[in-house]
Design a protein around this ligand. Structure first.
Ligand code: GLN
Ligand code: ZN
Length: 756
């Protein structure tokens, strides 16, 4: 069996592309120097593939910012507001990616969106009514030739026409169907051109095919490929799917004359069943996604062989492949100096995954796979204990009963009790938790982490910051205060570091968008809490004020969704373990006199399945339950808040109400408050604080503007249920804009309050 990867990370093992791009943006690096960095990275990545004997080496998986944006530029999909700036091509590209403010004009960036169920974000192409889709770019051809110079006949990777049209935004009256003719011509030309350049294979990525498809979608798919495939000459065409299975279009796809079809056997729960049930054409190549492109655990070879043995029955040619692009995992475990081999041997990052493909190639070539050294080593690895089990944690999870997920008394009774106890004014004002993390705060944390100052010194510093923050909030006149989160670098990492069961990496960066990378912790074992994590700071903060101080925690679903999860237990089990640990913290805060506790679920939507029919059974049923477990043990008068970082939850609004929090704050200011109607229509019971201003921008909102937002909300939301707050934490902002913004917020709330 041959081997392939779908795509490779591009930011560089030491984030070279990030730093080079940022320097270029600052004007410190020239365009030629930036291009040199890119050339070097591509070369290194190709060489890596050669070293691992990969047969199908991708090209055009590189990008200066995003592959969807690359495809838009390739196809002449450049909105007029950017083309009219008359910038050079690279500048225009970055103008679309990041916005542009300069001599030639002032435009915002294109919208960015989550790439399927990953934490990568793509740029949403905008198609205007007079956009003329045509093949105008040369990037894929240039990179193909660049690889060819190294002696590699690469497999160019292009986002497919169907996915491109499905993800693009149509700004006028036209829709996808109006552009199919042109896009077919463009992709057909692309095929011809690659044919002339001597490409053996070309890969069209069509992840959109794993979504719920309508009859119209399927008709569109058939139309597009029915015609593009007519242009095929000797270059073979691979239709690559990932992030799920093709259950809505398997038969259509396998009937079309593609030369190869890429299926995902990791996230595609139905992939194997589809192949078994409908068969797979023996004259096509099956690119079998058996090495996980998203998680970092080693592949279990004996299990993979079981899948491959099934696939062999189709008599199709099989290529060993990753389940999706390796973009979603870090580069290499080799860079991790802190982790010992005992841990490291369980992980495979991008480079090690190529090694796994090579191992599998060797193993499958043998008549006696069980005798191959790599196979034996792998089997042993999965047989040995990882020493990650905590029987008491497992027992606690398995002894949970339905009652543990129900908070008493019911919402409406609590609401009355709390109204009486708290005596908060109408439209209470608050913030989401963090206050600006100034250079001083970050520097202190860094010297503490490097062992240059003692814990005592560090704690004292944080307490000083808390005291300043409390005084500031009192001066501004906020009603419910926060401690400011100065001790936290990140809302997940902080808790991960306090809990048992997590591992941390040093250089395991994964691209989130553009030049931004994240470094998710790894969930290694059963999770437990051996000591209080926030109680000291919160109790201290409360001691400084007569106003209510909110305890501030991160919820189990968010902690799980922003980490690399285990594969040996279910996500549900893991979420419940975290929930039990956070629950202990909630109860300890309560026991120490903290009356209001916020449990953030910023990333609740992150792992929502891509198909609606899976939403509940595969995710929401346990995710919402895990959250309920965290707070079901508190007294009636303890007020539980939660916070979510997005505004699109109209489709899961009932589930969010079912979380049974007392108050929820969320982002809304950028989405024109549309969510307010949804809340109104569904009779949302939880009190709400839709953000009245956008903290993602340095702009200071005026009092009038905030008043207007509050008045607009009051038209749809009962006044007893409305809170007034910004739309997210303030940690990325500076004090210069934060203080006047919050003052305007409080003034606006007070003015509206007086008028009621
Ligand atoms: N409490 C966190 C903060 O204020 C919430 C962050 C978030 O929603 N991403 O920073
Ligand atoms: Zn948020």
């Amino acid at each position: 069996m041959k081997t392939a990867t779908i795509g490779y990370p591009r930011v560089g093992t030491l984030r070279e592309l990030k730093f080079a791009s940022e320097k270029y943006f600052e004007g410190v690096l020239s365009k030629a120097e930036l291009q040199d960095t890119a050339v070097l990275l591509r070369k290194t990545h190709w060489q890596m593939h050669i070293n691992n004997g990969i047969d199908f080496i991708p090209s055009n998986d590189f990008s200066f910012y995003d592959n969807m944006l690359d495809t838009a530029v390739l196809l002449n999909v450049v909105p007029k507001r950017y083309s009219s700036l008359q910038l050079d091509p690279l500048e225009e590209y970055f103008a679309m990616a990041r916005g542009y403010q300069g001599l030639n004009g002032d435009v915002k960036a294109l919208v960015m969106k989550k790439w399927f169920n990953t934490n990568y974000h793509y740029i949403v192409p905008e198609i205007e009514d007079d956009t003329e889709i045509s093949l105008v770019g040369t990037k894929p051809f240039d990179e193909f030739l660049e690889a060819k110079k190294m002696g590699i006949v690469s497999k160019p990777v292009i986002i497919g026409a169907f996915t491109f049209l499905k993800l693009a935004r149509f700004t006028g009256n036209k829709t996808a169907i109006d552009f199919t003719k042109d896009i077919i011509v463009a992709y057909s030309e692309m095929l011809k051109k690659f044919n002339d350049l001597g490409a053996e294979w070309i890969q069209f990525d069509e992840p959109a095919l794993i979504m719920d498809l309508t009859a119209d979608d399927i008709a569109l798919l058939k139309k597009i490929y029915g015609e593009i495939l007519l242009a095929k000459d000797s270059t073979k065409l691979l239709l690559q799917s990932y992030f799920g299975d093709l259950r809505d279009c398997y038969q259509e796809v396998t009937t079309l004359p593609f030369d190869g079809i890429g299926l995902d056997f990791i996230e595609g729960n139905h992939s194997l069943e589809l192949v078994k049930h409908f068969g797979f054409p023996a004259d096509k190549t099956l690119f079998a996604g058996v090495v996980n492109g998203k998680n970092i655990w080693r592949n279990n070879y004996s299990q993979t062989l079981l899948i491959l043995n099934e696939l062999k029955k189709t008599r199709a040619t099989i290529v060993l492949n990753t389940s999706c692009s390796l973009l979603h995992v870090p580069y290499t475990i080799k860079n991790e100096g802190f982790l010992t081999d005992e841990f490291k041997k369980h992980f495979a990052f991008a480079e090690e995954k190529m090694g796994e493909l090579a191992d599998l190639k060797k193993i499958t070539a043998s008549n006696t796979p069980a005798e191959i050294t790599e196979y034996i080593k792998n089997t042993r690895l999965f047989q040995e204990s990882r020493f990650c089990t905590d029987v008491s944690v497992q027992a606690a999870v398995s002894s949970l009963t339905p009652e543990d997920f129900v908070r008493h008394p019911a919402f409406h009774k609590r609401e009355k009790i709390q109204k009486a106890v708290y005596n908060l004014p109408l439209l209470p004002t608050t913030t989401i938790g963090s206050f600006p993390q100034t250079a001083e705060v970050k520097a202190k944390r860094s010297v503490f982490k490097n062992g240059k100052i003692t814990a005592k010194h560090y704690i004292k510093f944080n307490k000083e910051k808390i005291a300043e923050c409390v005084a500031l909030q009192e001066k501004i006149g906020l009603d419910v205060l926060v401690h400011g989160e100065f001790e936290r670098n990140d809302m997940v990492e902080y808790f991960g570091e306090c809990l048992n069961g997590f591992l941390f990496t040093q250089k395991a960066w994964v691209q989130s968008y553009g030049t931004r990378c994240v470094k998710p912790p790894i969930i290694w074992g059963d999770i437990s809490r051996s000591q209080a994590m926030t109680v000291d700071y919160i109790v201290y903060a409360q001691s400084l004020t007569k106003k209510y101080m909110k305890g501030m925690l991160t919820g189990p679903v968010t902690i799980l969704n922003w980490s690399f999860p285990r594969e040996d237990i279910s996500l549900q089990e893991c979420a419940l373990q975290i929930a039990l640990a956070i629950r202990q913290e909630v109860l300890e805060l309560e026991a120490n006199g903290i009356k209001i506790i916020q449990i953030d679920e910023a990333a609740l939507r992150e792992k929502l399945p891509l198909r609606k029919s899976d939403w509940h059974c595969e995710y929401l049923d346990w995710a919402i339950t895990a959250f309920r477990l965290v707070h079901s043990g508190v007294k009636a008068e303890t007020q539980i808040h939660t916070h979510m970082c997005y505004s699109e939850f109209s489709d899961i609004i009932k589930d969010i109400d079912e979380m049974d929090a007392d108050v929820i704050t969320f982002e809304a200011s950028r989405s024109d408050l549309v969510i307010i109607d949804v809340l109104n229509r569904c009779g949302f019971k939880t009190a709400v604080g839709p953000g009245v201003y956008d903290i993602h921008s340095p702009r200071i909102p005026g009092t009038e503007e905030i008043k207007e937002a509050i008045l607009k909300m009051l038209k749809k939301i009962p006044r007893e249920k409305l809170w007034v707050n910004p739309d997210c934490g303030l940690k990325t902002r500076g004090n210069a804009e934060t203080i006047p913004s919050l003052q305007n917020l409080v003034d606006a709330a007070q003015e509206v309050r007086r008028s009621l």
